[in-house]
Design a protein around this ligand. Structure first.
Ligand SMILES: NC(=O)c1ccc[n+]([C@@H]2O[C@H](COP(=O)([O-])OP(=O)(O)OC[C@H]3O[C@@H](n4cnc5c(N)ncnc54)[C@H](O)[C@@H]3O)[C@@H](O)[C@H]2O)c1
Length: 374
């Protein structure tokens, strides 16, 4: 059995490739080796020599058809994920390419037995909240004038009674707040609807924040694990946005690989969407302390920086009971993820000015902002 992984030179794709090879599958990767994920524009050294490699863009019909011919299943992981305001690119890379996969399967009558697409927790946005009366609320983006005052929690709106409390969000929640999340919702719908309509078993995987080795050191979009690890590695304290009380949902890369493989062979997964998260709430401050511990900084206590990233969610936690019902469960700890990331990162010898470069970009883009002094 041969599997195509689009975006297979990246973080999740390359680990999925390794696991598939270990199970005896043949693997083909289609990847355009995008900067800044692949800084030198070259195939990464960690990719197994057993992988058949095609360099090209998932939006290019000729190259996509070449990649799809002769495979039994597809993991569509290639994606545009960035803070850059290239709004249309989110849709051309993440959504149009998904539609093109189905278009080519149909037109060329390709015998592909399953398509698995990578969605994201970003599709949930702020996720599900309950107000003090237990009423369900789907909050929008926190307004900038609220954040500027250092008021971090979601405020009750008209007809709601505060305080609002976040809840684990199931697959029924769709509340994206940015173009990336909106494109992922569209991608899920394209895959599941076209799959159902044309009997092409399809699965959408909504990953939470995935952590582990090979996660791009240079993409500013790679989150807290990268920033905090690089900070401690370079001998400084990480910048904590807001008050560090934001709840996040971190999942280990090997748990994600297990999930990817679990849905490949299991027909119960067909035409379904699954949250793939860590099944535990961790605040950013707690996470910073885990990273500090892994880097031997047991004296460290997180301090709020007075900065925030406009557009960030306050709290988000995925309910993973649907995937657990298929027999999968996350088994690795946050500390496992950070340790594995540290070991890899130290071997990858990151440039000393790596954080300044992404800080500069985020400031230029107006993503990172500061609380106004009273
Ligand atoms: N890493 C996470 O925490 C996370 C969380 C939620 C969802 N996801 C999703 O999982 C998938 C994999 O993410 P990742 O973390 O491995 O990302 P990554 O950036 O490490 O890998 C993505 C790969 O796709 C390639 N690529 C990008 N645009 C392409 C294009 N137009 N044509 C061909 N190749 C292209 C890149 O070169 C890269 O190798 C993505 O769809 C992403 O949206 C990731």
């Amino acid at each position: 059995m041969k599997i195509l992984i689009t975006g297979g030179a990246g973080f999740i794709g390359s680990h999925t490739a390794d696991a598939l090879l270990a199970r005896g599958y043949a693997v083909r990767v289609l990847d355009s080796l995008e900067p800044p994920v692949h800084r030198n524009g070259e195939w990464p050294a960690y990719l197994s020599p057993e992988i058949e490699k095609i360099r090209g863009d998932v939006r290019d019909e000729t190259v996509l058809l070449q990649a799809l011919r002769g495979v039994d299943a597809v993991y569509h992981l290639a994606a545009f994920q960035d803070y850059l305001p290239e709004f249309s690119k989110f849709f051309s890379v993440n959504v149009a390419s998904t539609a093109l996969i189905y278009e080519l399967i149909l037109r060329e009558n390709l015998p592909i037995r399953k398509v698995i697409v990578a969605s994201s927790q970003a599709a949930l946005g702020e996720g599900l909240y309950h107000d003090a009366n237990g009423q369900a609320v789907l909050p929008g983006l926190r307004p900038d004038d609220q954040l500027r005052q250092g008021l971090w929690e979601i405020q009750a709106g008209p007809g709601q009674t505060g305080p609002l409390r976040y809840q684990p969000s199931g697959e029924n929640i769709a509340n994206p707040q940015n173009c990336y999340g909106t494109s992922k919702i569209a991608q899920e719908n394209a895959a599941l609807n076209l799959g159902r309509m044309y009997d092409i078993p399809s699965v959408a995987m909504r990953y939470s924040i995935v952590q582990g080795p090979r996660q791009s050191l240079y993409n500013a979009y790679s989150g807290a694990c990268r920033i905090f690890s690089l900070s401690f590695h370079l001998g400084r304290d990480p910048v904590i946005y807001e008050d560090g009380g934001q709840v996040r949902d971190f999942v280990n890369y090997l748990d994600v690989v297990d999930a990817n493989l679990a849905v490949l062979d299991d027909d119960r997964a067909n035409y379904e969407m699954f949250n793939v998260g860590g099944d535990r709430a961790v605040t950013v401050g707690e996470f910073a302390q885990v990273v500090a511990g892994v880097f031997g900084r047991n004296d460290y206590t997180p301090n709020a920086s007075g900065k925030y990233r406009y557009g960030d969610t306050r709290h988000i936690l995925s309910d993973v009971s649907k995937l657990k019902a298929l027999g999968w469960k996350p088994t690795r700890s946050t500390e496992d993820s950070v340790r594995a990331y540290r070991d890899w990162m130290e071997g990858a010898a990151p440039a000393a000015d790596i954080l300044e470069q992404s800080d500069k970009l985020m400031a230029q883009l107006g993503v990172v902002r500061e609380v106004s002094q009273p």
